[in-house]
Design a binder for this molecule. Structure first.
Ligand SMILES: CC(C)(COP(=O)(O)OP(=O)(O)OC[C@H]1O[C@@H](n2cnc3c(N)ncnc32)[C@H](O)[C@@H]1OP(=O)(O)O)[C@@H](O)C(=O)NCCC(=O)NCCS
Length: 138
């Protein structure tokens, strides 16, 4: 890892970050990393955040939102804005959030090499495989 050139800070989520989280989650450059492909509307985001926003944090890089991390039912969801990727933001977020949720785990798509590298680098080990049945062919 290159030395960090920016000041990183993990802050609790609040309504000022709802749009940042929504547009990052919807961003076609990060979307393929997630298991579910979604396009979240502002209204849906508001309702979701009212319920689960307390489980999210935002990473500020020199005071600018650079990524988010959330843990719901021990399951970590994390994204770094493409402008800030590969600078240590993801690893910083994972390491910080583990202080609040030490039992959290990551469920990673098999082709998501960036995420696998991130969690491996943060000290996670592969413990399980999840196998799903392919839909039957007609
Ligand atoms: C996965 C993701 C969060 C990584 O964020 P990031 O801020 O770029 O990660 P970091 O800069 O902290 O990198 C952590 C490690 O992963 C490596 N890494 C990051 N992106 C990588 C990539 N695309 N390919 C290979 N390695 C990568 C880094 O080199 C670093 O390794 P090191 O600690 O051994 O030097 C980011 O790529 C992302 O937002 N992806 C889309 C959403 C997603 O997939 N979320 C995870 C769902 S489980």
């Amino acid at each position: 890892m290159r030395p960090r050139m920016h000041k990183l800070k993990l802050v609790p989520n609040s309504p000022v970050y709802y749009e940042f989280i929504r547009t990052l989650r919807n961003d076609e450059r990060v979307q393929p990393g997630f298991i579910q492909q979604v396009q979240i509307t502002p209204e849906e985001q508001h309702a979701y955040m009212e319920k689960y926003g307390q489980y999210y944090h935002v990473c500020l890089c020199d005071s600018q939102p650079a990524g988010y991390v959330g843990v719901i039912d021990h399951d970590i969801r994390v994204a770094t804005h493409p402008d800030y990727q590969k600078k240590g933001v993801g690893k910083f977020m994972v390491q910080e959030i583990m202080k609040f949720f030490p039992d959290a785990y990551a469920k990673i798509k098999v082709d998501n090499h960036a995420s696998l590298k991130l969690f491996t680098s943060a000290g996670f080990k592969t413990k399980y495989y999840i196998l799903e049945k392919e839909p039957e062919q007609e």
